[in-house]
Write a new protein. Structure first.
Length: 318
């Protein structure tokens, strides 16, 4: 897998989070134990009230992050002016990423997402990897994926978790989904040529090779699971770049954002829409939760479905 590192911002943010979360209960328990052993007196009523209040706040945040926020899907709409888009034309893409489906009762609502997609009426649905946490949930999740091509043309790439379930990716063509593995796909939509280029985790540095032969008039959308390729993609003249992986941090701090992204770019492209040179880039917060031993919690980083309206500059200015 491509090497991931923690930036100094992520290290400081993570340490601050650990200290803020763990210190109060440790201080309270140690002081109570010292009092029981007769080695210290109880703190004042004001201090006790502040400590208890902080503990209750922590508990409320944990409950919100476990029971509420992972299911509180946000529908985000962004309008992107594109010089290559014909006057009066708008192409609607929907970006979904990091579904991490595992069949738990507390998984995000597939019915809610499908309803959002149907109402949005996109031209293309783009999936940027990490589909399953548990391979046994594949057949159930396939029912959701099979609905997507009935809504709009669906293109996909693989993420780092998908290397664990290659057999699941092999079912995508049967579901009507085009899986791009270091290749390009050109489509004509509303009289506009748009080319999707999908690369795997290892091949983003070779993106230029996969762009060869694409017409200069074609709108180019590059897809990779990691946002690490944004600067190189912009240098190659890619119009729009899509990635996931970061989950927007999954656990964030208010006004600070992601604690950890596990991307080489750190917090720079942690979530949302970015202008990189003359190119656009979008990092999805994803829909699911990191698998394995990671906590099944989101805080200040809601799951999202993102509508990207690519419009001519004249139409965007209205």
């Amino acid at each position: 897998m491509p090497q991931t590192i923690l930036s100094w911002q992520e290290i400081i943010g993570f340490l601050f989070f650990i200290v803020a979360v763990i210190s109060p209960p440790v201080l309270i328990c140690s002081r109570f134990l010292a009092w029981k052993l007769g080695r210290a007196s109880l703190p004042s009523r004001l201090v006790l009230t502040l400590w208890v209040g902080f503990l209750l706040l922590e508990m409320a945040c944990i409950l919100e992050g476990y029971y509420l926020e992972p299911h509180w899907i946000e529908l985000v709409t962004e309008r992107l002016p594109m010089a290559k888009i014909k006057a009066g034309t708008t192409l609607r893409l929907i970006h979904l990423s990091d579904t991490h489906f595992e069949g738990r009762p507390l998984d995000w609502s597939r019915a809610e997402v499908l309803d959002m997609l149907e109402q949005a009426r996109p031209d293309v649905i783009c999936l940027t990897g990490d589909y399953l946490n548990d391979r046994s949930a594949g057949p159930e999740f396939s029912k959701f994926l099979a609905r997507l091509p009935k809504i709009a043309t669906t293109v996909a790439i693989e993420g780092n978790w998908d290397y664990r379930t290659p057999e699941f990716l092999n079912t995508f063509p049967d579901l009507g989904i085009t899986l791009l593995h270091n290749e390009a796909l050109s489509l004509s939509i509303k009289g506009q040529t748009i080319t999707f280029v999908g690369t795997d985790l290892f091949s983003a540095p070779q993106l230029g090779e996969f762009l060869k032969g694409i017409s200069s008039d074609s709108l180019v959308v590059a897809m990779n699971h990691l946002p690490d390729f944004y600067e190189s993609g912009a240098a190659l003249g890619v119009d729009l770049m899509l990635a996931g992986h970061t989950h927007g941090g999954q656990i964030c701090l208010p006004w600070y954002g992601a604690l950890i992204t596990l991307a080489r770019t750190g917090k720079r492209f942690e979530a949302g829409l970015y202008k990189v040179g003359n190119s656009w880039a979008h990092t999805s917060r994803g829909l699911g939760l990191e698998g394995g031993l990671a906590p099944r919690v989101r805080f200040w980083g809601r799951p999202e479905v993102t509508i990207l309206d690519l419009a001519s500059p004249e139409r965007n200015a209205r």
